[in-house]
Design a protein around this ligand. Structure first.
Ligand code: GDP
Ligand code: MN
Length: 352
């Protein structure tokens, strides 16, 4: 039995959490999904899993975001799969467009180099835009200003386990800033200059922003990386896999993270390299949040192909307990969670 995170756990359900109840124990939070109209079917898969295992008990609203208007078909189908409120937001153009200081010729040349190193999506401009938006812009959407916590949900992910407490309240009650499930090494080629830029940022009068109890030693861990023969200029590349996140947007809105993102954005690596929101968020929380405010959701069974977290618990169905990948065996070595537990692990977080 895997057990559950430390008490208190907010298990109140039923009438209290009924969709329309304005006085419920729900806190200021939303399920959040950036998605394209053409991914409707895959999104419904994710919604059905999350509604079945968790949200039908708690009825947190869904917020869908898109760089284009959602189709009537998209709205109808998503509404049909939840009792909770649904909101549909278009991303402001100025949040999505490639910023003016990016040189498009240099961007293409850089993508050619990335491609030589087998970097996925090197030439896909929208992917770079998406990574930048997820790194530093989503929480600036005018319609999200009043919202604090979010649970990020991607199309075509799977949830396997019944969770019977309000995870948003868990975050709040335990002073958690950031929750993750899977952590992985990244291709060093995607983030060659991310760590050097981070060091530059700290050296130019910003080192006072570092959290007292930060996770610098995790970010710079030197342990040999099984499937890649080098790190990324000082960054181990171990990151929280951000297709799942439960986090506090007020952290991203803090002066420390804001200044950090601004620095990175000006440096251009979202377009000249392929900095992902996963390493950027991981370094952000790793440096500017207390590491005790980062929580491993061991009890949430989750899959985004090709990786999964499958707890050994009777509450979980549809996955093989303990398995980390459904892909080729070498993928098992991409798991860098032990690394995190080495530096920040609490008792509950240690593997069975
Ligand atoms: P991967 O998981 O890294 O392979 O990337 P995905 O294709 O799953 O994209 C990550 C997330 O961003 C998913 O939620 C996608 O639906 C979303 N996404 C990616 N590109 C776009 C885009 O151009 N427009 C919109 N609206 N969503 C996008
Ligand atoms: Mn994905």
């Amino acid at each position: 039995e895997t057990g559950e995170p430390p008490e208190p756990l907010h298990r109140v359900q039923g009438e209290n959490y009924a969709p329309g109840n304005q006085n419920s124990d729900r806190i200021n939070a939303t399920l959040l999904s950036l998605v394209r109209n053409k991914e409707l079917e895959q999104l419904i898969q994710s919604m059905q899993d999350l509604e079945r295992t968790w949200n039908h008990k708690f009825n947190y609203p869904w917020t869908f975001l898109n760089d284009e208007p959602f189709t009537p078909e998209f709205k109808k189908a998503t509404k049909a799969n939840t009792n909770a409120e649904c909101r549909y937001l278009e991303i402001p153009k100025e949040h999505w467009e490639v910023p003016s200081w990016i040189n498009e010729d240099l961007m293409h040349e850089s993508a050619n180099i990335l491609e030589e190193h087998d970097v996925q999506y090197a030439h896909m401009k929208s992917y770079h835009q998406m990574c930048r938006w997820n790194s530093g812009l989503f929480y600036k959407h005018p319609e999200l200003q009043d919202i604090q916590y979010y649970w990020r949900v991607e199309p075509n992910v799977h949830f396997f386990c019944d969770v019977d407490y309000d995870v948003f309240r868990y975050m709040q009650d335990h002073n958690k800033t950031y929750g993750f499930i899977v952590s992985l090494y990244d291709s060093p080629w995607t983030v060659q200059t991310l760590w050097p830029e981070t060091m530059k940022f700290l050296a130019s009068g910003n080192s006072h922003l570092l959290a007292q109890n930060n996770a610098m030693n995790w970010l710079t861990d030197k342990e040999r990386r099984p499937n890649h023969n080098h790190d990324a200029n000082g960054y181990s590349t171990c990151h929280f896999w951000s297709n799942f996140e439960i986090a506090d947007m007020n952290f991203w809105r803090s002066p420390a993270y804001e200044a950090y993102f601004e620095h990175l954005d000006r440096a251009g690596g979202f377009f000249y390299e392929r900095w992902g929101d996963a390493p950027v968020h991981s370094i952000g929380v790793g440096l500017f949040a207390d590491k005790n405010s980062i929580h491993w959701f061991k009890d949430i069974g989750y899959q985004h192909i090709p990786f999964l977290n499958c707890p050994n618990s009777p509450k979980c169905q549809g996955c093989v307990a303990g398995r980390f990948t459904d892909g080729e065996a070498w993928l098992n070595k991409e798991d860098c969670r032990p690394n995190w537990f080495k530096y920040a692990g609490n008792e509950w977080a240690l593997p069975d």
